[in-house]
Every structure is written in C-alpha cells, then in structure tokens.
Design a protein around this ligand. Structure first.
Ligand SMILES: [Zn+2]
Length: 106
C-alpha cells in the first residue's frame, strides 16, 4: 500500500514535479487525481488511468479502480489485476483537482 502526499513531489507552486526524476510518477498520480475528481464533480470522464506497475518486468496495464473521499481529501486507487493499491493525499486545490469548487456535495 502506497501512501502518497502528492505535494511532496511537486514544486513550490504545485504545478509540476519538483525534480525531473519524479516527472513520470507525478504524471501517473495526477492522472488518477483528474480522473477521480472528474467523476466526483460529475463532469466529463477522462480515460480510466492504467496501472503503471511492472510485475515480473511486464507492464501490468490493469485499469485502476479509484474512489474519492472528499471530506477526508483522500483518493484511493486499486489495480484489480496486480492488486497494487495506494492512497493519494494533498491533491485538493491543485490544478488537477476538477472537484475544486464543487464541495457542495458534502
Ligand atoms: Zn496493476
């Protein structure tokens, strides 16, 4: 289980990876954030994010299940194919947070 505070991976402005080595990881995490918050906000749904794990060095590519707890500001993701799972925090108010401003659902 991964527990990721996305802000730890971002630059001070919170707009991109803080260091180049984190660029790919940030891209995957922000895909999940955009996807989960889009569903929450009831706006157009982007493509389901795919798993980026490489069990036994083969790309998993499972379609991630996500769930979002807006009150706790937590996004869970789970890969039904390889069972990889994690929690993302710190995403609220970032540019990838499509749910920004639709807190009325709480
Ligand atoms: Zn997987």
């Amino acid at each position: 289980m991964w527990v990721i505070n996305i802000r730890h991976w971002l630059n001070v402005a919170g707009t991109k990876a803080g260091v180049p080595q984190l660029r790919n990881k940030v891209k995957k995490m922000t895909e999940i954030i955009t996807y989960a918050t889009s569903i929450y906000a009831g706006v157009k749904e982007p493509a389901i994010p795919k798993c980026w794990r490489r069990p036994k060095r083969k790309p998993c590519n499972g379609k991630l299940d996500t769930s979002l707890d807006h009150k706790e500001a937590v996004i869970n993701f789970y890969c039904p194919k390889c069972q990889d799972e994690g929690i993302i925090t710190g995403w609220k108010g970032l540019i990838w947070d499509i749910s920004n401003g639709v807190d009325s659902q709480n």
